[in-house]
Design a binder for this molecule. Structure first.
Ligand code: ADP
Ligand code: MG
Length: 402
């Protein structure tokens, strides 16, 4: 087990510089750059507050979106620094670079309890490089900013990135409060879950989630598939899917999974078919065997919501990842809302995982406290459930003393 934040606090951090890798990858409005859901910033507060109160000089590293390995104002963490400052009740300056001259100067000037945010770590191509030496060089510069490393970026622990993995090889390190809390829940899902155990998957990309489906099928009682990914399964069943999202190269795999898992995979029976990917498109509810060639399925239909609700009604353990439809657009929200409500009503452990799924719960005004846990990490929680080794966690478990 990794050492905990409490171990570090017990050791004393007053006056020490602590590098915290946080997950502040929040969705921004495309036009205004305003934060549309600050859930991940709020989830990072417990660790940051505890460190501040203990007198640490806190340097926060984080990424935002997928810039191309170079500075790009579109992906600046400036809006995040402002929001983080509001939530912490203190000024959070943003360094002009990741670990360059400005970051070094500002980190050196921190007082006890101060917080500095580094600019988007993905402005450095080395952050995500496959080359150990390239990542190592950036990790050296990041490590030089601090005396201790705290990994609290649960949403990034499945990435072998410089600020997640390599920096932990260079500094004494502990897991932050968020990482610890996420792991506790995932352990409950993987260790003898109470049955029936139902997993609900949606979202946009089937190829991202096929490995999870494969790994989970033997463990779950039922797997409900909605969202954009259901169309590849529907195609595998021989249905025409019109202009819906389809990953043609995955159809054979979906066909095999359906053959192997039989009734345990539950697919939509109807969908909301739209004339375009737009809030003012023409829409109609159609059966899955009658999707018009020129229409795209952008949500599951009402009969599907009912059917999924029945499958969830007696569940004792539920993991839900991926919206059922394009919930960002009002005409395609009902499926996600219906399933979210059914998951919330579960008598047992209900876990929502995934950035967009968590954002959907909040955006649709659903009661967050109705869920056992809302995870900040989509890919990370899925890979954990798959049983894959997560580099960011492995490296914390090793060499805890640094
Ligand atoms: P999460 O972040 O919760 O893991 P994903 O990133 O996999 O979820 O997918 C979220 C995206 O999937 C949302 O932006 C949503 O609009 C999109 N989506 C859901 N259903 C469809 C669909 N039928 N067609 C296209 N996109 C969809
Ligand atoms: Mg997502």
């Amino acid at each position: 087990m990794a050492r905990s934040l409490d171990d570090l606090l017990a050791e004393g951090v007053s006056g020490r510089r602590v590098l915290v890798r946080a997950d502040l990858n929040v969705p921004l409005d495309k036009q205004t750059r305003a934060i549309t859901d600050d859930g991940r910033i709020r989830a990072s507060l417990p660790t940051l507050q505890a460190l501040r109160e203990a007198g640490a000089r806190v340097v926060v590293a984080a990424h935002l979106g997928r810039p191309k390995g170079a500075p790009d104002p579109k992906y600046s963490l400036a809006p995040v620094a402002a929001r983080l400052g509001e939530l912490l009740g203190t000024e959070v300056p943003l360094a002009a670079d990741v670990a360059g001259d400005d970051a070094v100067a500002r980190a050196g000037a921190l007082g006890d309890g101060d917080v500095l945010l580094l600019e988007n770590v993905r402005f450095e191509a080395a952050e995500t490089s496959k080359d150990d030496a390239e990542r190592g060089a950036l990790a050296d510069r990041l490590a030089a900013l601090a005396d201790v490393y705290v990994d609290d970026a649960f949403g990034a622990v499945h990435r072998k990135h410089a600020s997640v993995y390599d920096v932990a090889l260079r500094l004494p390190h502990v897991a932050g409060r968020l990482v610890a809390a996420e792991l506790e829940v995932l352990t409950r899902l993987t260790t003898d879950p109470e049955r029936p155990y139902v997993v609900v998957l949606g979202g946009s990309k089937v190829s991202d989630k096929l490995a999870v489906i494969e790994a989970l099928l033997p463990k779950v009682d039922r797997l409900l598939v909605g969202g954009g990914m259901c169309f590849t399964f529907l195609a595998a069943q021989g249905h025409g899917v019109g202009t819906s999202l389809l990953e043609a190269d995955q159809v054979d795999t979906c066909r095999r999974l359906l053959a192997e898992a039989g009734e345990r995979i539950v697919l939509p029976v109807d969908v909301v078919a739209a004339s375009a990917f737009s809030a003012d498109a023409e829409t109609s509810v159609v059966e899955v065997d009658a999707i018009p060639d020129d229409r795209m399925g952008l949500d599951v239909g009402p009969r599907t919501v009912e059917a999924f609700g029945r499958e969830l009604a007696d569940a004792r353990t539920v993991f839900w990842n991926g919206p059922m439809g394009v919930f960002e657009l009002a005409p395609f929200q009902a499926g996600t809302r219906g399933v979210a409500e059914a998951v919330a009503a579960v008598d047992g452990l209900s876990v929502v995982g995934g950035g967009d799924s968590a954002a959907a719960v909040r955006q649709l005004g659903l009661d967050e406290s109705a869920y056992g846990h809302i995870s900040t990490g989509g890919g990370a929680s899925l890979e954990y459930l798959e049983g894959r080794e997560l580099p960011g966690l492995t490296v914390l478990a090793d060499r805890g003393e640094g």
